[in-house]
Design a binder for this molecule. Structure first.
Ligand SMILES: [Zn+2]
Ligand SMILES: [Zn+2]
Length: 412
């Protein structure tokens, strides 16, 4: 059976994902995200759709779904955890757009309508749709993240974001035999340092900083990274605090033990931290030894308040543990040693270090995963270095690098 595919965003770049899959008048939308830049960037306009598939709750995948689901009143398929975390993020991005005075991409009512249209599914489930079935497989990456397998005459896998090693938070994605594989290529051309070494370096740095009487600030994405870092620090015994949206996401994760690698350890990690439940508590938390807080790129959230308090003492340290996009405070801190606060650059004299705790497969892990799926066609997305992956796959597979807005056809 022939299907037409078209990327509305996120084909040759990381951020604002969106892809349609169409047969006759029946249209499925895979993800519809936004890049939380200032101003935010959105995918191309999307025509009427019949249903939406959401792989996971990161904003570049879920952020713009209410604009479509609210308009078309269509069903959204995802794991229940992905839906619940996405709701927090959607509401937050609306709040940020209001605060920054950007045009609102949708209304609160659209988010509510999206949530009413959620069809919760989990790994191993299969649903029958018009002329094809769809099954779910774990994607690793973050709790609740799923790959979708579309089964008609053959099978087609859409990976979303994947990780193929076990982290402290989630187990790995496993290859799925298929004919067509849509795979993310975030780390095309790059390799991760072995996880254990990176974790040791991180923990050693924290002990060095606390030994010299300093405090450690760990800015983290709310979804996934906050909890991964909490798990790494679980048994260290420091005076530790967690603040920001990461707290709410942690609580949601507690309700879904089936999506966590080890619920008991997760509970232990939560207990090892004191939660900042209201702004008044920040006078205490800022005196803690380790503060894990949202947001990960230092562009908003409680992290800026802590940075103001802790950033001017060279004994302290800011440990970055995630991706720092261009034009963000995080990138500026790494490159120029300063951040923008209230419209003016502020010099940070605390020590700054970056660690790689990525939730994405690296170059070799991507190749290995593709070989495990053994597809005929490999379509690489979510990457600005996908030519490097193509180079290593060509010959063995038919590799397709679709452009933005470009329509292509596959037998599915
Ligand atoms: Zn992601
Ligand atoms: Zn992503």
């Amino acid at each position: 059976m022939e299907m037409k595919f078209r990327f509305l965003g996120g084909a040759d770049a990381i951020g604002r994902m969106g892809m349609t899959m169409q047969r006759n008048n029946d249209v499925s939308l895979f993800e519809y995200g936004m890049s939380p830049t200032k101003p935010p960037e959105y995918p191309m306009e999307c025509g009427r759709v019949d249903r939406i598939f959401l792989t996971h709750s990161h904003l570049d995948h879920c952020g713009m779904i209410p604009s479509v689901c609210g308009r078309d009143n269509c069903e959204m398929f995802s794991t229940p955890l992905t839906a619940e975390v996405s709701e927090i993020l959607m509401n937050d991005s609306l709040k940020i757009a209001k605060a920054d005075d950007y045009p609102l991409p949708y209304a609160k009512g659209d988010i509510d309508r999206t949530m009413r249209n959620v069809v919760p599914l989990t790994y191993g489930d299969t649903i029958e749709l018009k002329g094809f079935d769809v099954s779910l497989h774990s994607a690793g990456h973050i709790p609740g993240a799923t790959m979708f397998e579309v089964v008609a005459d053959t099978s087609t896998v859409y990976s979303g974001d994947i990780h193929t090693i076990s982290t402290k938070l989630v187990g790995p994605a496993r290859p799925v035999d298929c004919e067509n594989l849509f795979i993310e290529g975030t780390y095309g051309g790059r390799l991760h340092r072995p996880r254990k070494e990176e974790e040791k370096a991180f923990l050693d740095k924290i002990s060095e900083v606390t030994d010299r009487g300093g405090r450690v600030l760990v800015p983290c994405f709310a979804t996934g990274r906050t909890q991964e870092v909490m798990l790494m620090l679980k048994n260290t015994g420091y005076d530790m605090w967690v603040d920001g949206m990461g707290r709410s996401v942690t609580r949601l994760y507690m309700n879904y033990p089936e999506y966590l690698l080890d619920y008991k350890k997760f509970k232990g990690a939560k207990r090892a931290f004191q939660e900042v439940r209201n702004p008044n508590m920040r006078s205490h938390s800022a005196k803690g030894e380790v503060i894990v807080t949202t947001g990960g790129m230092l562009d908003g959230g409680p992290v800026l308040g802590y940075l103001r308090e802790l950033g001017k003492n060279p004994k302290n340290a800011v440990l970055l543990v995630g991706y720092q996009a261009e034009d963000t405070n995080g990138r500026m801190l790494l490159e120029n040693g300063c951040v923008m606060m209230d419209g003016a650059p502020v010099k940070i004299t605390a020590e700054v270090k970056k660690y790689d705790f990525s939730a994405h497969a690296d170059h070799n892990q991507i190749l290995e995963f593709v070989r495990g799926c053994d597809p005929k066609n490999v379509i690489i997305m979510h990457s600005d270095t996908r030519e490097l992956i193509k180079k290593d796959l060509e010959g063995d597979f038919n590799v397709i690098l679709p452009g933005l807005g470009e329509e292509f056809t596959l037998d599915v």
